[in-house]
Ligand binder design. Structure first.
Ligand SMILES: [Fe+2]
Length: 207
């Protein structure tokens, strides 16, 4: 359950500095979909609570199908065709704003991925592909791009689109990772919280 869908061996391959585990943990507190910088993000995620801690660690989910459907038609038309660069660096810059230049250079070594802002499935269903990894809209001035992405994330995570889950030991939650953002509520590194995750690989390219 990290914004990048990266395994430990992939972290090693990119030779990231040792801060990466803590950095990724903080990334979980931001709204994201798993594997957004992959060509094909994971289809679904299964999360089981083995140990829970009363002090934080709940999970929130936001429905990006509903968020897209609820947009006014003129806004849908404005978003149509826009492409967004997703990156590890974009998410990390938010999670770790006081990072050093050396850390930022390390983030920039991770390949980026460009996806359409509106994800259209073969079955015609559409969702907004936003979240922590969404760095910039191609062809847009940086400020305009940031404003648009921030406003769409705010929109997608309005209370009417969000489910808050408080874990009990033994809970299993399965969600469509391609049509939902999620985030962990903050918890301490010393928390006894223990979650087991299984991911279902995606089959449909983002289009
Ligand atoms: Fe995650």
């Amino acid at each position: 359950m990290n914004p990048f869908g990266l395994r430990v061996d992939e972290v090693e391959r990119h030779r990231w500095p040792p801060f990466v585990t803590a950095a990724i943990r903080r990334g979980n507190f931001l709204w994201h979909i798993d594997g957004a910088i992959r060509r094909t993000p994971q289809q679904a995620t299964l999360l089981t609570a083995r140990e829970v801690d009363e002090a934080g660690g709940d999970t929130e989910f936001a429905d990006t199908y509903l968020a897209y459907d609820a947009l006014p038609d003129e806004e849908k038309a404005r978003l149509d065709g826009l492409q967004v660069v997703h990156s590890f660096a974009a998410a990390q810059a938010r999670a770790n704003p006081s990072a050093t230049e050396q850390e930022r250079q390390a983030w920039d070594r991770v390949p980026t991925r460009t996806h359409p802002l509106v994800w259209t499935r073969r079955n015609g269903r559409r969702s907004l592909l936003v979240g922590a990894t969404a760095g910039e809209v191609i062809g847009m001035a940086p400020e305009e791009s940031r404003t648009l992405l921030d406003s769409l994330l705010d929109w997608s995570t309005r209370p009417e689109f969000v489910l808050h889950h408080r874990w009990r030991r033994g809970d299993l939650v399965i969600w469509d990772n391609t049509g939902m953002l999620h985030r962990a509520m903050p918890f301490e590194p010393t928390s006894r919280r223990l979650m087991h995750r299984t991911t279902l690989a995606g089959e449909e390219l983002v289009a």
